[in-house]
Design a protein around this ligand. Structure first.
Ligand code: 9D3
Length: 246
């Protein structure tokens, strides 16, 4: 999948790629990532890309002409790819959305800075996405979040191909179960006996039960969206009985 990232801070993108899994995916040819700097398309004195908002008010706005020229250049390099603007006004991104996008051949990601972009750029934007309801300083981290989330869904990204399928949200709608590794004792805490039993059928049941209990407690929003299988009802009743709930 080809990503073209429009940003006035290409170093933020490159710096992240130089370490970690997304850069490795690039090295292995699973993704190709290029950055485009609106400053190189400015045409204004001092390669300026921002100006004061018409109507007054605090902060600066990214000017339309450098962004439109930058988008046009990225479209030539990545034909047919939708232009995705990362913005606090966008639709909140979910794992389901990533699964849809993972089927696309390319994306042009527009990362904003300052208070936002001139509204007249929106005619060149195909989609607008947020990564959640909290305030960041710009769209670069959201662009990296989107690329990393997508990359790990692409064929060949993971060492272990089932991992993406088994994740929270992706298929079960449940949070993950607790994990343990060596040493067997740590700070006076052991490991649940069942995990040391070698009984793989019972271990799978326990993990499923833990995932159900965690999701019910921690994520009532996910819990409400989900219906229980007969087996899951049994697992929950068994856990609730052990807690003396009946
Ligand atoms: C505090 C400034 N806000 C005034 C009401 C507007 C504002 C402008 C620009 C808030 C944040 C930003 C920069 N954020 C992004 O570009 C961004 C973002 C985010 O802040 N949160 C979640 N997802 C995203 S996607 C892009």
């Amino acid at each position: 999948m080809r990503f073209d990232v429009i940003t006035i801070f290409p170093g933020l993108i490159r710096g992240y790629l130089d370490e970690g899994v997304l850069g490795r995916a690039e090295g292995r040819g699973i993704v190709a990532i290029e950055t485009w700097n609106p400053r190189d398309f400015s045409g204004f004195p001092h390669q300026r890309v921002d100006d004061r908002p018409f109507g007054g008010g605090p902060g600066m706005v990214m000017m339309a002409p450098p962004l439109l020229a930058c988008i046009a250049a990225a479209r030539v390099a990545n034909p047919g790819a939708p232009v995705v603007y990362l913005s606090p006004q966008g639709k909140p991104l979910s794992q389901k959305d990533l699964q849809v996008m993972a089927g696309w051949l390319g994306l042009i990601l527009l990362a904003g800075r300052y208070e936002g972009i001139d509204e007249r750029v929106m005619g060149a934007v195909d989609e607008e996405w947020s990564i959640g309801d909290y305030v960041l300083a710009g769209g670069e981290l959201p662009a990296l979040v989107l690329m990393e989330g997508l990359s790990r869904l692409l064929p060949g990204f993971l060492g272990h191909p089932d991992s993406a399928e088994e994740d929270s949200f992706s298929s079960s709608g449940l949070l993950d179960c607790p994990h343990y590794t060596r040493p067997e004792w740590c700070n006076g805490e052991g490991v649940p006996d069942i995990l040391l039993s070698g009984d793989h059928r019972r271990i799978a049941r326990w993990r499923h039960q833990q995932a159900l209990l965690r999701t019910r407690i921690r994520r009532p929003d996910l819990w409400a969206e989900r219906s229980l299988t007969r087996e899951e009802e049994i697992l929950l009743k068994e856990a609730d009985m052990a807690e003396g709930k009946y």
